[in-house]
Design a protein around this ligand. Structure first.
Ligand code: B16
Ligand code: MG
Length: 221
């Protein structure tokens, strides 16, 4: 691999980019909303992607027209998380999204630095269950930041830990809040999902099987 590859660094979002956990978040939030007597749509669920647990709950309560005290909100968030953790505790390597393993293996073999940049406070369990932990040179997740995406903090901190300049970082994101965070950090953003949901991305790919190291290098040139 040429030296130029050493000048780039890749920062991956977790839920919806590397692993298929978005469906578990949805199931757990839906169960919580249903227990309070209301529901929300798939379109509304899109707005929860990349958004912190606390902020997600606030949005859901607003959709249901339900008011709760801070203490009650903390209990509801903990309840949702207990259901979610039960689900992800059973995850296997089969739940990696298409192309994840191959791209991470190729990047590792090429000596390209990689970081995780996730809003989740459960990233350690997910990485362990799916066998991805050893790929990352740095992990920044919901436990390491004070501001949620679209604030750039998560990606800025990840780049710092990698020792990479913002302009050399490529962020992979499935959520609009994450695309905005990557752009605010001055990084190049590859959207993962559908174009209509991810404006502001440099390119949008369906999943990680649709991109190679050569494609990534071409984006930087
Ligand atoms: P947790 P990501 C985000 O992860 C999810 O997209 C979002 O739906 C979730 O609310 C957030 O993590 C917090 O997750 O409750 O596990 O701390 O996409 O940034 O990897
Ligand atoms: Mg995500």
């Amino acid at each position: 691999m040429s030296n130029t590859t050493n000048n780039i660094a890749c920062i991956f979002d977790l839920d919806g980019v590397l692993v298929d956990t978005a469906v578990y978040h949805y199931q757990a939030w839906k169960q919580l909303a249903n227990s309070m007597g209301f529901d929300f749509t798939h379109e509304q669920n899109e707005q929860l992607k990349g958004v912190s647990r606390v902020r997600s709950l606030e949005k859901i309560l607003a959709w249901g027209g339900v008011e709760k005290t801070e203490e009650e909100r903390a209990e509801l968030a903990a309840l949702k998380n207990s259901w979610y953790v039960e689900m992800i505790g059973k995850m296997t390597t089969d739940e990696l999204l298409p192309g994840t393993l191959k791209l991470l293996q190729d990047l590792k073999a090429a000596g390209i630095k990689m970081a995780l940049g996730s809003a989740s406070k459960n990233s350690a369990l997910i990485l362990t269950r799916t066998g991805l932990a050893s790929f990352f040179d740095a992990i920044i997740d919901g436990n390491a930041v004070t501001a949620s995406k679209p604030d750039p903090e998560v990606f800025v901190k990840a780049a710092e830990l990698l020792g990479a300049a913002a302009q050399d970082c490529i962020v992979f994101e499935d959520a609009l809040a994450g695309v905005e965070a990557g752009n605010a950090a001055g990084m190049l953003v590859v959207g993962v999902g559908s174009t209509e949901n991810l404006p502001g991305s440099k390119i949008v790919i369906k999943d990680l099987s649709k991109i190679t190291i050569a494609d990534i290098m071409a984006l930087k040139n």
